[in-house]
Each structure stands twice: as structure tokens, then as C-alpha cells.
Design a protein around this ligand. Structure first.
Ligand code: ADP
Ligand code: MG
Length: 355
């Protein structure tokens, strides 16, 4: 519905927050909430490098594409393995939001959350890509900082709070105080690695070949990090390693917990290691406020109990953990003057490119 009032509202509500995750990209428009939530996947033709699909459509093509089309996750390991593809994905999502907003919109301001493993050069590149894609101003924020803000932690206060963000490719642990990250650890072990462990377990223990998507479903259905009050069973369908024929087996949640135990242990160790390097006063604060879990991995059953058991801190899953980062970027857009300090300060040796 076009009216001068609408376009005026569009004028004030067009700023964009983006969570450029290893598994999922979320986009929020100020005043409207989350408008895009899609896998960080790009499908393109190897022959001419033309992008065929982005997001959910591209993910559906994984494993089903003709030989010349490849579907990639450019941020899979929390580092930008393929910058050109990342840039195109970002441009695609920004353009998609542009389309949806009202007429006469000025260029948006954009806050982008990215994994903290990304290098300084890559951060600058993402920043410039956002400007090339039509942003008026672009700001970069590290994912654990955005997650902590989205989880409602008091990041600007002189008190320590801890966030653990378990995504697809990376787990990021950070202690935050006075708008800065005081202690942190980032490991390339998270949800994807659990899926790989389930694939390996099925093959080694049951001679069963399964794909990544099946493994992920099993993890979501019956994965856990701590004994369940009532253990459950799931049916797993795949192909027999020896005969190549379809086969199905029944797995218990106890077995799946064993299958993913290396990944879960690595996450527990990363949290403990971060606590060890945290200044004592801030550790005392953590006693009071507890540890917040964010990202899709926070939904793994019993991970909060396991971490609480091992660290003796109160551990809780943040509300709507999958959208903490993007909601954090939204909070920064809402209050840029007060929260400017939490943004990454990019050092430029030459002026940025303007598209
Ligand atoms: P990223 O920020 O890296 O894009 P996300 O925070 O979107 O990642 O989380 C994606 C990961 O969370 C995937 O590995 C997915 O399998 C996992 N995940 C999603 N829901 C659940 C669940 N209920 N239990 C366990 N893992 C989950
Ligand atoms: Mg994330």
C-alpha cells in the first residue's frame, strides 16, 4: 500500500542488521524485525561462475545438482573460504530486503555480525562488500558480542558476563565487560562436527552410510550432552556399507550421545579454558549472572546441564538462541551512539571502495 506516510515510515525504518553465520544468515530490518532467515548457501555454475540460487533454494540443491553446479557454504569453518561468493551472498540478501521495503528508501545503515575467526582483512572486505551492495554506512560486530547483546546481557556495565555461541562451524566463548571482550576462545567445532561424528559412528558401528542432512536430523531429534530422564530411540535410514542396499537401524539417545561426545567435550573444554583466563573479579560476577548459551547448538538437549555440572556456574539457554546475534545487531542499530564501542574498529591503510 503506497502512501506518503508509508514512504516516510520506510525512511525511518530501513536500517538493517545481518547475522552472517556459518550455517544460517538472518536479516533484520529496524522497526520490522527478522525478515530473512535462510541457510548461508550459494549454488553456482562452475563453468561461468553464475549464481544459480542463494539460501534455502541453494540448500535444497546440495547433493542433487548436475555436475557443473556446486552448492557451497562460503563461511563454513568460520573463516571466509571464498570471498567472492560471500560478497555475492551478502549483496543478494541486502538486495532482497531493499525489494521488500517501501518506495523512496534512502540507502540503509547496516550492522553485520561475523564469526570472530575472520581476519582483519576479511572484516574490511565484508564491510566494503556491504557498501558496494548499497549500504550508506556499514559496521562490523563480532558474533559473540552481538549474541551477548541479543541475549540481554549487560555488556556495557562494569560486570563480567559470559556468552557461549554454538553455531554450525564455530563455537565462540566470550567474557564481556564494559563494552569489550575481556577473554575469549573460538574453536572450529560445533554443530557440523557433531553431524560428522554421527556419520562416522553409523558407518563404523553399524555399517550404515548416511548423509549430512540425515545426521543433522538425528542430532536434532535425539542428540544430547547429558543423560536424559528418559532415553529415547530413533530409526536411522541409510545404505549398507557392504551390500549397498537400503537399510535401517534403531539408535538410542545413549549411542548418539557417545557418537557426538568428542565435539561436546571440546565445547566444554573451551568454556573451562576461557574461565581460566578470566580475571578473578569477573569470575565472581559470572557466579552471580551465570553463563548464557546462544546459537543453534544451545538447543542440544542437556548441554546447559552438562556445562553447569562441569563449571559449577548457573548455565541457561538464551531466549530464541538462533536469533540472538541478529537481534543484537538490531539493538546496536537502535542505540548506535551508546553502543558504538562494541563495534569492530577497522583500520584502513587506503580509503574504502565505494560502489
Ligand atoms: P551459525 O551461527 O554458525 O550460522 P546457527 O546458530 O544458525 O549457526 O546454528 C546452526 C547449528 O545449530 C546447526 O549445526 C544445526 O544443526 C544446529 N541446531 C539447530 N537446532 C538444533 C537442535 N534443536 N539441537 C541441536 N542442534 C541444533
Ligand atoms: Mg551464529
Amino acid at each position: 500500500m503506497f502512501s506518503p506516510i508509508n514512504s516516510l515510515l520506510g525512511f525511518f525504518s530501513h536500517d538493517i542488521g545481518i547475522d552472517l553465520g556459518t550455517a544460517n544468515t538472518l536479516v533484520l530490518v529496524k522497526g520490522k524485525g527478522v525478515v530473512i532467515n535462510e541457510p548461508s548457501v550459494v549454488a553456482y555454475d562452475k563453468k561461468n561462475k553464475r549464481v544459480q540460487a542463494v539460501g534455502a533454494e541453494a540448500k535444497r540443491m546440495v547433493g542433487r545438482t548436475p555436475a557443473s553446479i556446486v552448492a557451497v557454504r562460503p563461511l563454513r569453518d568460520g573463516v571466509i573460504s571464498d570471498f567472492e561468493t560471500t560478497e555475492r551472498m551478502l549483496a543478494y540478501f541486502i538486495a532482497k530486503v531493499h525489494e521488500k521495503t517501501t518506495f523512496m528508501v534512502p540507502k540503509p545503515r547496516v550492522v553485520i555480525g561475523i564469526p570472530s575467526g575472520v581476519t582483519e582483512v576479511e572484516k574490511r572486505a565484508v564491510h566494503d562488500a556491504a557498501l558496494n551492495a548499497g549500504a550508506r554506512e556499514a559496521y562490523i560486530i563480532e558474533e559473540p558480542m552481538a549474541a551477548a547483546i541479543g541475549a540481554g546481557q549487560p555488556v556495557m556495565e562494569p560486570t563480567g558476563s559470559m556468552i557461549v555461541d554454538i553455531g554450525g562451524g564455530t563455537t565462540e566463548v566470550a567474557v564481556i565487560s564494559l563494552g569489550g571482550i575481556v577473554a575469549s576462545r573460538s574453536i572450529r567445532i560445533a554443530g557440523d562436527e557433531m553431524d560428522q561424528e554421527i556419520i562416522a559412528y553409523a558407518r563404523q558401528k553399524h555399517n550404515l552410510l548416511i548423509g549430512e542432512r540425515t545426521a543433522e536430523q538425528i542430532k536434532i531429534q535425539a542428540g544430547s550432552a547429558y543423560p536424559l530422564e528418559e532415553e529415547i530411540e530413533v530409526t536411522l535410514k541409510g545404505r549398507d556399507v557392504v551390500t549397498g542396499l537400503p537399510k535401517q537401524i534403531v539408535l538410542s539417545s545413549v549411542e548418539i550421545r557417545e557418537a557426538i561426545s568428542n565435539s561436546v567435550n571440546a565445547i566444554v573444554e573451551a568454556v573451562k579454558a576461557t574461565i581460566e583466563i578470566t580475571p578473578p573479579e569477573l569470575v565472581a560476577d559470572l557466579m552471580e549472572y551465570g553463563i548464557a548459551l546462544a546459537g543453534g547448538g544451545a538447543l542440544l538437549r542437556g548441554l546447559d546441564q552438562r556445562l553447569s555440572h562441569e563449571t559449577k556456574f548457573r548455565v541457561y539457554v538464551a531466549p530464541d538462541p538462533l536469533s540472538c546475534v541478529v537481534r543484537g545487531t538490531g539493538a546496536v542499530l537502535d542505540d548506535l551512539d551508546r553502543l558504538r564501542k562494541v563495534l569492530v574498529q577497522l583500520q584502513y591503510t587506503k580509503p574504502p571502495r565505494f560502489g
